[in-house]
Design a binder for this molecule. Sequence first.
Ligand code: PMP
Ligand code: GLN
Length: 441
Amino acid sequence: MPRRELRCLRQRTGTTLAYGESVSDFSPAAGLAPWQRTAAGAGLLAADGSIAPTIFAEMSALAMRTGAINLGQGFPDEDGPAEVLEAARQAIADGVNQYPPGPGMPVLREAIAAHQRRWYGIELDAASEVLVTAGATEALAATLLAFVDTGDEVVTFEPYYDAYAAIIARAGGVHRTVPLHWTREPRAGEPGAGSSAGWRPDHDELRAAVTDRTRVILVNSPHNPTGAVLDTETLALIVELADRHDALIVTDEVYEHLVFGAAHTPIATLPGARERTISISSGGKTFSTTGWKVGWITAPAPLVTAVLAVKQYLTYVNGAPFQPAIATGLGLPDAFFTDAAATLAAKRDLLAAGLETAGFALSLPRAGYFVIADAAPLGFADGAELCRALPGLAGVVGVPVTAFVHPDRQGDYASLVRFAFCKRHEVLEEASARLARLSAG
Ligand code: PMP
Ligand code: GLN
């Protein structure tokens, strides 16, 4: 049966496929159903039509199954501040258990506005310029679905957080990427030691990617998976290009407080950025509450209205008792935020030292939860294969960086593995000792 007809039949009969079930006559060359396009966007649709789980789900399941230390999916293994947890318990006890208002509870919207003022000097009207969402994920989805039409281009850096590609594809957009180039850290004593290693875009490549077809430039700084923090010249160029081509800037800043060194600069604070920027963040990383899924956008009122128009039919609302709890978190003294970053920086150093001793090549991330390590010096050319074998080889789980790049470009990232260091010291020490087996064997 021709594929289009098959699709129509499925739509008519309401036949659905189970997770992971394959469609025998499916071919990616055929027109895809919207859900298939979504999976294909993130590289999760196989040639036989089967749908893979996300790399995070797959690797967490592998860790559970094998008992390996899970340095794959990015979630802390310790609870966040006691005041925040207690505020959620209190809210439940106080009966804050029904639908909150569509744009979010006033106490949280006020706290988000106060946070933006305190840390970045951004003045916001909490009633019209702040919207609470079900995590940064819903904020991203609602924003892209609100603005990206069929054929519109969305520019992101590459590697990119997997959800971007999936949502762009679902919206019918065209995903254009600008590579972040990796300069390796020279080892101590080598020429160039102490110089600026890390992941950076080439400005000419960025200029070439943004055109009048660009609807959105989707920025993620601090960046997952590389831990890069875009410098102000790059941020300024993004604003200039967005202005020249009348594109929106959507900025995912969920790691805003987990920066090791110079403070985070929200792109919305740059001259000319504010009126075309939708800023996204979340309480998950800052307060070690990734399971609560309380996120938000801040933007000029007309943009918030547009995103709300979509958001209110995705989840409508979420997490009533968690909203005042995250408000409590946002109001914690400065020391909480700086201590959280310092604690995480020490964990980064611990795991980085362990990975280097084990024989991986890496450069220190400047922010976030993750370090990218090159397994090539250890003789592993295929990071995805290594990640599947790693529980057996070393009792550790990581995530291949190929999960964050377009299938056509996976060759450029083949030997790279992302490891999460948002774990307890003893866990990172144990993981380091286990990884050392790779070079010993
Ligand atoms: N953006 C980035 C860059 C992330 O790493 C993540 C995952 N933690 C998210 C968005 C999703 O955030 P949330 O859990 O708040 O939906
Ligand atoms: N953001 C987390 C990571 O990068 C994963 C979230 C998820 O599982 N979707 O590991």
